[in-house]
Design a binder for this molecule. Structure first.
Ligand code: ADP
Length: 499
């Protein structure tokens, strides 16, 4: 492990922020949990407690939903013009930009990711999402509808109205990006929010809450309740006064959310797991496909829902691509997130470490072989070596299930029809990629893959403006882009005779 370099000096404000128990944000006030309980969040590079956080449960969710309900049902949020809402959001983005380094450091400390990635990816993306949706606040429009019924002398139009109080439950892999991506469309459309960050990584959402207060959003518009999924999360998903739940996380928990939502039939949107095929044809620019394939799985320690975790390589180029990806993997500098030379940090938690190592064992027991990596790195913190598995096939657990770690299974294929059937032989359908110089084949394959995003000759390119979401068990609905506004609005038809 690269331990020779120095960790960066932590901003004094961060040291103070983690030194005392962090309260939750309810109705514009920072408060303790009703139970008085706190829970620890850990530094994944060391396994040591990083901070204590107020442990929200059902009672706190009740308080937060009541605040969000009141803020939605009556003034001043309701009375604000779209332009005023957009300006508050833009101001929040500016403040986040001003404090970007602090947020990058805290994200790296709490989540484990390399500070360099938090600086160039997580925080700038969060700022961009807030700005993108700030722009939409003034552009959420209905239509005028030509009416033929009853002789047709009617004026009919649609309004797009905010869906109401929204519960947002987010995961730990990109804590800030998930928070801002969820808040953006909710605030742009005039909803109010109860946000529950993941228990592994609650800190940056709470620090964002401080900026939300500074900007001056009315009380109760954004409430942030940290806590465990089975208690706080479940209470939010089941709450009868919540109009919509937006969830990002595992497919397993997604199904629990759907069941919990049936009580009041709240709207549900889900961004769930994936087992995305990354396909290299023999006519591809192999020198681009190799780093593309490595980055597709090793970025963020492989803790990415759209990671390219099934690498299909046309047999003529199989050895070359596997060797190339393995060589790149062997050169990745593993180390604590706060060391600027680290290219790969630890996994987020002990649980995740056990899960990924469990998958490696399962792979070996079914005959898989690691060409590189293949085990935990060191014995302190939650590091796993970047790993390429060969001798794998579609029946194995490591090929069928989402590992959510830096582990790719590489498999050869001969012809395109066989490949497409294999690529689609999964319960997931979040993303896919194809590497080829043949433009016809590229678009034919893009059309045949059952996935919400298909990259051609690139991987993992996401943008605030480009819809993202899953076919099959990868989710319901599309986030990002103007598609996402549909998840946060109800359509009302208004119709009146005009003669
Ligand atoms: P992972 O398994 O990768 O940790 P999860 O899907 O469990 O991901 O977690 C994503 C989010 O869902 C977290 O905020 C977590 O607290 C929350 N969560 C977990 N279980 C439940 C549940 N039963 N109901 C509602 N939210 C939950």
């Amino acid at each position: 492990m690269a331990t020779a370099t120095q960790a960066i000096a932590i901003d004094e404000n961060i040291s103070q922020f983690v030194a005392k128990p962090r309260p939750m944000l309810i109705n514009g006030k920072w408060v303790s949990a009703a139970s008085g309980k706190t829970f620890p969040t850990y530094n994944p590079a060391t396994g040591e407690v990083l901070a204590q956080v107020a442990e929200g449960d059902k009672e706190d969710i009740d308080r937060a939903v009541a605040a969000a309900r009141a803020a939605f049902d009556k003034g001043p949020w309701r009375d604000m013009t779209p332009s005023q809402r957009g300006r508050l959001m833009w101001k929040l983005a500016d403040l986040l930009e001003k404090h970007a380094e602090k947020f990058a450091q805290l994200e790296s400390l709490d989540q484990g990711k390399p500070i360099t990635l938090a600086r160039i990816a997580d925080i700038p993306t969060s700022i961009d999402q807030l700005r993108y949706y700030a722009g939409w606040a003034t552009k959420v429009e209905g239509n005028t509808i030509p009416i033929s019924a009853h002789g047709g002398k009617f004026l009919a139009y649609t309004l797009r109205e905010p869906v109401g109080v929204v519960g947002q439950i987010i995961p730990w892999n990109f804590p800030m990006i998930m928070a801002t991506l969820k808040l953006g469309p909710a605030l742009a459309t005039g909803c109010t929010v109860v946000l529950k960050p993941a228990e592994q990584t609650p800190l940056t959402a709470l620090m964002l809450g401080e900026l939300i207060q500074e900007v001056g959003f009315p009380d109760g518009v954004v409430n942030i309740v940290p806590g465990y999924g089975e208690t706080a999360g479940a209470a939010l998903a089941a709450h009868p006064k919540v109009d919509k739940i937006a969830f990002t996380g595992s497919t397993e928990v997604g199904k629990l959310i759907v069941r919990a939502a049936t009580g009041n039939l709240k709207k549900v949107s889900l961004e769930l797991g994936g087992k995305s095929p990354n396909i290299v044809l023999q006519d591809a620019e192999i020198d681009s496909a190799i780093p593309g394939a490595a980055n597709a799985i090793f970025f963020n320690q492989g803790q990415v829902c759209c990671a390219g975790s099934r690498l299909y390589i046309q047999d003529k180029e199989f050895d070359k691509v596997v060797d190339g990806v393995s060589q790149l993997a062997s050169k990745i500098r593993i180390g604590p997130g706060l060391e600027p030379t680290s290219q790969m940090g630890p996994l987020v938690s002990e649980e995740q470490l056990q899960r990924v190592c469990g998958y490696l064992e399962s792979g070996y027991s079914e005959g898989a072989k690691a060409t590189v990596g293949g085990s935990r790195e060191g014995d302190k913190g939650y590091f796993v070596k970047p790993t390429v598995l060969v001798n794998t096939n579609e029946k194995m657990k490591v090929v069928r299930e989402e590992i959510f770690g830096p582990v790719v299974t590489a498999m050869p294929f001969k012809d395109l029809d066989e490949l497409i059937a294999k690529a689609n032989d999964t319960e997931y359908g979040l993303a896919a990629a194809v590497w080829t110089r043949d433009i016809k084949k590229a678009h034919r394959i893009a059309g045949e893959l059952r996935a919400g995003t298909v990259w051609i000759n690139c991987y993992g390119v996401l943008d605030s403006a480009m819809p993202f979401g899953g076919y099959k068990q990868s989710g319901w609905g599309r986030e990002m882009g103007h598609e996402m506004l549909n998840l946060y609005t109800e359509v009302k038809s208004v119709c009146t005779p005009i003669s």
